[in-house]
Design a protein around this ligand. Structure first.
Ligand code: HEM
Length: 398
C-alpha cells in the first residue's frame, strides 16, 4: 500500500487521490471490509462502475441523503427517488430557465465579481479565498433568492448551522427556524405578486396542475447555499490554484481569455469540489463483480472516476488542451446537478474578470504563511491563495 490511510481519508485535510488510484487499479469497487471504504459501506471508484450506479436509481436509491439532514433541511430533492423525484425536479427546474441564466449573468454575476475585484485591485496583493472566492457564489445565490448583499453573511451562517445540524441539533433547529422566519415575507410577497424572478418562478411553478408543496419549497431553499455556493466557491479556488501553480499556463491564459472554458472543464475533471455522492442498495446486487447486499451504503466516488485512466489519457495531469470529454463533476443520471449551467457561468465570469483585472497574477513570493494546498476528502478546495499582481491604474476596464 503506497498511501497512508489516515492522511488519505482525513475529512478536512485528506489527500485521497493516490488511494483511489491504487484501489481503482485493483478493482472498480472497494468493499466495506477494504481499507478506505467510505461511509461505512462500499466505495465505487472506477468510471464504468460509477456510471452504472448513478444511472440505476431503482437498484441504488438516493434516500440515504435524507437520513440525517432531512430533519433540518426538510424534504430534499437529492433524497428522493422515482416519480416523486421527477415531479419535484420538473417543478424547480423551471426556475433555472435559460432566459433567467442570461439575466443573472448580466445583472448579478458579473457586477458581483467586479465589485469584489474593486475592493482589492489597487492594493496589488490579496488572499483570493478570503477576499474573493468565499464571498462570490454566496452573494450570487443570495441575489438570486432576493437577499440583500449585506445580509448574505447571516444567511450563510444559518446554512452552515443547518448543514451541521446532525452534530449540533439545537443550533441546527434554531437556524432552520431563523431562516424560515427571514424568508417567509419574501415567499409571501412573491406568492401575492410574482415579479418574474427565481422565487416567483418557484412558488408559482406547476406541473400537471400541481405546485411545489411547502415542505419541498423550504427544503429547496435551505439546500441552495450548501449545494450552490459551497461547491462553486471551492472549484473557483481550485481553478485559480491550478493556474497559479503553473506560471507559464497562467501567462498563456491571461494573454488569451478564450482559453477559459477549457480551464473550467479541466478543473471540474481534475479537482472538482465534490468528490463523492451517496446511495443505498435496495436489493442484493453486484457492481464490477463485487457483491453488495440490500441496505448497504455506497460512496460513489465521482472524483476517482474523473481520474480513471481507462477513460482519460494521463488523468493525473492538469491539461486544458485535452480533447473535450464528459466528466463526472456534476454526477450523472436523474440527479445530475441542476445548477451546473449556473456554476459554469459563475466560473467563466469569475475567471474572466479576475484574470483580466489582475494583470501578472502570481503567488505572493514573500508570503510567510503555510503553503497553499487543495485538501479534503469529500469536499475539496484550496486553504488559501496569497497573490500579488500589478495594481490597477484608474483606467483598468471593468
Ligand atoms: C461547481 C459547482 C457544483 C458542483 C461540483 C456540483 C455537484 C453536484 C453533484 C455531484 C450533484 C449530484 C448529487 C447526487 O447525484 O446525489 C449535484 C446535484 C445538485 N446540485 Fe450541484 N454542483 C455544483 C453547483 C450547483 C449550483 C450552483 C446549484 C444551484 C444553484 C446546484 C444545485 C444542485 C441541486 C439542486 C442538485 C440536486 C439535483 C437532484 O437531486 O435532482 N449545484 N450537484
Amino acid at each position: 500500500m503506497a498511501y497512508d490511510i489516515a492522511a488519505s481519508t482525513d475529512f478536512f485535510h485528506g489527500q485521497p487521490y493516490a488511494m483511489w488510484q491504487e484501489q481503482r487499479a485493483e478493482s472498480g469497487v472497494v468493499s466495506a471490509q477494504g481499507d478506505g471504504a467510505m461511509l461505512g459501506g462500499h466505495s465505487v471508484v472506477a468510471w464504468d462502475a460509477v456510471e452504472a450506479v448513478l444511472r440505476d436509481p431503482v437498484t441504488f436509491s438516493s434516500s440515504i441523503n435524507m437520513a440525517h439532514i432531512g430533519q433540518f433541511m426538510g424534504e430534499l430533492i437529492v433524497g428522493l427517488d422515482g416519480e416523486e423525484h421527477r415531479r419535484y425536479r420538473n417543478l424547480v427546474a423551471k426556475a433555472f430557465r435559460q432566459s433567467q441564466l442570461e439575466q443573472w449573468d448580466a445583472t448579478l454575476v458579473r457586477p458581483l465579481i467586479n465589485d469584489l475585484i474593486d475592493d482589492i485591485e489597487s492594493a496589488g496583493r490579496a488572499e483570493l479565498v478570503a477576499d474573493v472566492t468565499a464571498k462570490y457564489p454566496v452573494q450570487v445565490i443570495c441575489g438570486i433568492v432576493g437577499i440583500p448583499k449585506d445580509e448574505a453573511l447571516q444567511f450563510q451562517e444559518w446554512a452552515v448551522q443547518i448543514n451541521t445540524g446532525p452534530l449540533n441539533p439545537e443550533q441546527g433547529f434554531a437556524a432552520k427556524q431563523a431562516m424560515t422566519d427571514y424568508l417567509t415575507p419574501l415567499v409571501e410577497s412573491r406568492r401575492a405578486e410574482p415579479i418574474g424572478d427565481f422565487l416567483s418562478d418557484l412558488v408559482h411553478a406547476e406541473v400537471d396542475g400541481h405546485g411545489l408543496e411547502d415542505e419541498r419549497l423550504w427544503g429547496f431553499l435551505r439546500l441552495l447555499l450548501p449545494a450552490g455556493a459551497e461547491t462553486t466557491y471551492r472549484v473557483f479556488g481550485n481553478a485559480l490554484f491550478a493556474l497559479l501553480s503553473r506560471p507559464e499556463l497562467m501567462q498563456r491564459v491571461q494573454a488569451d481569455l478564450s482559453l477559459i472554458p477549457g480551464v473550467v472543464e479541466e478543473t471540474l475533471r481534475w479537482e472538482s469540489s465534490v468528490t463523492m455522492v451517496s446511495r443505498v442498495a435496495t436489493v442484493d446486487t453486484e457492481v464490477a463483480g463485487c457483491p453488495i447486499t440490500a441496505g448497504a451504503t455506497i460512496g460513489v466516488v465521482t472524483g476517482a472516476a474523473n481520474r480513471d485512466p481507462m477513460h482519460f489519457a494521463d488523468p493525473e495531469t492538469f491539461d486544458i488542451d485535452r480533447p473535450a470529454a464528459l466528466h463526472m463533476a456534476f454526477g450523472t443520471g436523474p440527479h445530475q446537478c441542476l445548477g451546473m449551467h449556473l456554476a459554469r457561468l459563475e466560473l467563466q465570469a469569475g475567471l474572466e474578470i479576475v484574470l483580466r483585472r489582475l494583470p501578472n497574477l502570481r503567488f505572493d513570493p514573500h508570503d510567510n504563511g503555510p503553503a497553499p494546498v487543495i485538501e479534503g476528502l469529500a469536499f475539496r478546495g484550496p486553504t488559501r491563495l496569497p497573490v500579488v499582481f500589478d495594481s490597477a491604474s484608474a483606467s483598468t476596464p471593468r
